[in-house]
Design a protein around this ligand. Structure first.
Ligand code: FAD
Ligand code: FMN
Length: 783
């Protein structure tokens, strides 16, 4: 077999090693345009888990690589004169140059032919090869040559970065967030061998300009960085090696294989340097390719297997890298945070590390995070314990005069079980049991302001006395039997009205018994949906009056809070999104115009609703669709509502148009809550695939939301909050007297369960290489 490999970086060399080990008779050649020891950059970093993988696939190169490594366990975050260190991270650094020399040596030993200073411009010279591996890096010439086939998507990020080195020793992966007269600079730094560390500097384009970095040569920009970070560098110089400032390109390719050619490493997909996974991905690609070549019957089948088997893992890492890079791009959002909360945000930015996870390996750090959170709550006038604070989820909160005993919320969820808009015994049991279950705040489902405002025939309403009486019974039950507060969500279905019950076909038009529907513009939801009538001024006044009347009824029912539903493509949302609003009057066009009617409705309700009670608005912070609402619009929308008195923005997303492309995942809407909260500076509630109390605490502690709503988890577990309280030892959580024996039991058992769980986790956790090395170098205790 004949294999040609274009590119002698980590991907190309490691692929050569593994393929040659597998096929000693194969003729394998690596073509590299540079000289053998002519490499850019300084160090690379691997996690312990990646090293375990290397050990399994080629123990010889693994041993040589790890002999040269610098190990560390801690991540240190320097911010505004403070340092927070978090242990248990298990990373190693090594020089990129050393890594490549080790891989070259190993490849040579195995009989791979290495051709340096050989630039390949045309792959047709490999017409007789069985396999052509394209590992030519991030600016891959061959990916671009076959751009129509590979269909790469290149997202050039806004921040500028430069990769430098230093002799400054470091004993932790170090993040330095540095305020300057021009704006914030960030250093990501780690040691990779004795007396050598990598320094990646990053800043936003505005700060880059203001700092005068544009046009400086390498030496001058290193001098500028040395001035900024001199206090930390302690007279150690900054070293350069092609250290020009650039923008990071996030690359994803639709296809990785063309005939017998396959893309590997950065050529096919890149991952932002802030999660240090580029070289790991490149070498693990080589492993995946070798695995596929070993097991598949033909080269074609192997390449197909490689792409199919590897894509998910790569995309997961890229997603984590995306989330991480966005955090760094928007670091100014958190600049006025308490330093410990800021450090917690750095640690948890890409979702892999959570509150519980940190509590296990850095309990002192999490204790500090809890204290900082409790201090903020105390500053708002609550008499909470700062020395032994409760977890963030169990900290109280106030909106106007409404006090919540904790921050877990039952998200609004339509039950499709009302009779002519009247909530039934089902609703009494449903809301009642969730209130008894411990959540601090319960939202009603979208309750419609008129018969024709309903989504389905099963939706609740609040336009007549019978409905008002039924709702009052529910509110009274909640107040009499729990400390939960209850918020009425009012809405109008708009173009999504006259549709079937969820279990008969969500958003599908009713076959019989439908009613006329209205919207901002006459655009049906599905092509075969009912055509909505464009609202004129008279219809708008009537709808506004219906909202005000329902709010009045809500007040009489005793609801504690009122939410206006402006999300998910319903009537008011259809005014806000440009995808559903094509009006040419004062209510269409600019965002300001599109917001005019929802704001009018909100203001009219606010005037009716008691001044001491809070109001929120639910928005779709993105339409997940081209030309639709984006996170930046959401910030403007939140600001506009805040100006007319909103107390909380309930940040959901999507459901505006059928062809949306949401990116689902754990806590997938939380970044929008984060953006709205920390840019518009309003309180937010986040929601969406948040399933554990650990996630709730992670979000709250990092300052990404003020309240956390859970929808589906509450459908199957009304006592979600009580159980979480038992886990975290939040004794003060409300429990009705009838259930106290159950509470005592679960609190007792949870304390043991938690201890057992933590012991098991600690036992199962392999020792990091840094720990093992530290132990090996300890002198033996005297007998
Ligand atoms: C600032 C920065 C910091 C980083 N930090 C880390 C880190 O800490 N940890 C980490 O794991 N990764 C890190 N990376 C990423 C890492 O450098 C890359 O992800 C990794 O090197 C990818 O390996 P590769 O083999 O795919 O590509 P490369 O290492 O880019 O290798 C491609 C090779 O192909 C050669 N080549 C290109 N075109 C041709 C041609 N036509 N003919 C012949 N040869 C050709 C090039 O000369 C090069 O040697 C960082 C990257 C940057 C930019
Ligand atoms: C059955 C069901 C009904 C829903 N009804 C409403 C509703 O009436 N009003 C609303 O704003 N959101 C509604 N939602 C959206 C939820 O409030 C929530 O935002 C969504 O389910 C995501 O959260 P989760 O992942 O915790 O379930 C509904 C969701 C479900 C699953």
């Amino acid at each position: 077999m004949k294999i040609a490999i274009i590119g002698g970086g980590p991907a190309g060399l490691y692929a050569a090693i593994l393929l040659r080990k597998q096929r000693p008779a194969a003729e394998i050649t690596v073509y590299e345009r540079n000289r053998a020891d002519d490499t850019f950059g300084f160090g690379v970093v691997f996690s312990d888990a990646t090293l375990d993988n290397f050990e399994k696939y080629d123990s010889t190169s693994y041993r040589r690589i790890t002999q040269e490594f610098a190990y560390w366990d801690d991540i240190a975050v320097h911010f505004r004169g403070t340092v927070h260190r978090v242990g248990g991270n298990g990373f190693c650094g090594c020089s990129r140059r050393r890594l490549l020399l080790i891989l070259q040596e190993r490849a040579r030993e195995l009989g791979v032919s290495l051709r340096f200073e050989t630039e390949i411009s045309d792959e047709s010279r490999f017409a007789d090869a069985d396999l052509v591996v394209i590992a030519d890096g991030i600016n891959s010439r061959f990916r671009e040559k076959h751009v129509a086939h590979f269909e790469p998507e290149v997202d050039v990020r806004s921040n500028m970065f430069a990769w430098m080195g230093s002799t400054r020793p470091l004993d932790a992966f170090t993040f330095i967030f540095q305020e300057t007269e021009w704006g914030p600079f960030i250093a990501h730094a780690y040691q990779y061998e004795v007396g050598r560390s990598t320094w990646i500097f990053e800043t936003d384009p505005g700060t880059f300009e203001r700092a005068g970095l544009k046009g400086l040569n390498e030496k001058q920009s290193a001098d500028r960085m040395a001035e900024i970070f001199g206090w930390f560098l302690e007279a150690h110089p900054l070293l350069t090696n092609r250290s020009m400032w650039r923008n990071f390109p996030m690359i994803r390719s639709k296809r990785w294989v063309k005939d017998n050619m396959v893309l590997l490493g950065d050529a096919k997909a890149s991952a932002h340097f802030s999660i240090g996974s580029g070289t790991k991905l490149a070498m693990e690609d080589a492993i995946a390719l070798a695995e596929a070549m070993e097991h598949a019957p033909t080269v074609g089948a192997a390449l197909e297997q490689y792409e199919r088997g590897r894509r998910e893992e790569v995309e997961k890492t890229q997603h984590a890298a995306d989330v991480s890079l966005v955090w760094f791009e928007h670091v100014d959002r958190f600049w006025d945070f308490d330093p410990v909360q800021f450090a917690f945000g750095v640690m948890t930015r890409s979702k892999a590390i959570t509150y519980d996870n940190l509590a296990l390996r850095a309990p002192d750090f999490v204790a500090e995070v809890d204290k900082a959170f409790a201090r903020q709550v105390r500053a708002k006038g609550f008499d909470v314990d700062i020395e032994k604070p409760l977890a963030p989820m169990f900290q109280p909160m106030r909106l106007r005069e409404m006090e919540l005993s904790n921050r877990a919320v039952v998200s609004p969820m339509c039950m499709y079980s009302a009779k002519e808009g009247v909530p039934t015994d089902f609703h009494l049991v449903h809301y009642g049991s969730r209130a008894i279950g411990g959540a601090g705040l319960i939202f009603t489902e979208m309750t419609c302001v008129g018969r024709d405002a309903r989504i389905t025939p099963g939706c609740t309403g609040l336009w007549n006395d019978e409905q008002e009486i039924a709702w009052r019974r529910i509110v009274d039950f909640v107040h009499a039997n729990s400390v939960a507060k209850i918020c009425l969500q009012l809405g109008h279905a708009g173009r999504k009205g006259a549709t079937r019950l969820m279990w008969d076909g969500m958003d599908r038009p009713l076959e019989e018994g439908g009613w006329d529907i209205v919207s901002a513009s006459p655009i049906p939801y599905f092509p075969d949906s009912r055509m909505p009538r464009e609202m004129d001024r008279t219809a708008m006044e009537a709808v506004k009056a219906a909202f005000v009347a329902a709010a009045g009824r809500g007040g009489r029912c005793g609801f504690d809070m009122l939410e206006l539903h402006c999300a998910h493509g319903y009537l008011l949302a259809s005014f806000i999104s440009p995808l559903t609003n094509r009006r040419t009057d004062a209510y269409g066009g600019s965002l300001e115009n599109r917001l005019r009617f929802p704001l009018e409705v909100f203001e009219a309700m606010r005037a009716t609703w008691p001044a001491h009670k809070p109001m929120s608005v639910r928005i779709s912070a993105t339409d997940w669709a081209e030309g639709g609402i984006t996170g930046d619009d959401a910030v403007a929308i939140a600001r506009a509502f805040a100006e007319v008195g909103v107390d909380l923005v309930d940040v959901s997303t999507g459901q505006t148009v059928r062809d949306a492309q949401p990116v689902y995942g754990r806590m997938f809407q939380t970044p929008f809550s984060d953006q709205v909260r920390n840019e518009a500076r309003v309180a937010t509630m986040c929601v969406g695939n948040i399933t554990t109390a650990d996630q709730v605490n992670t979000i709250l502690a990092a300052g990404r939301a003020d309240l956390v709503a859970l929808g589906r988890p509450h459908l199957i577990d009304p006592s979600f909050t009580l159980k979480a309280a038992a886990w975290y030892g939040a004794e003060g959580v409300f429990c009705p007297p009838q259930y106290l024996p159950g509470k005592e039991q679960i609190f007792r058992n949870s304390a043991h369960d938690r201890q057992d769980f933590e012991d098991l986790k600690m036992k199962a956790k392999p020792r990091t290489r840094a720990e093992l090395k530290a132990e090996a170098s300890k002198p033996l205790a005297a007998e």
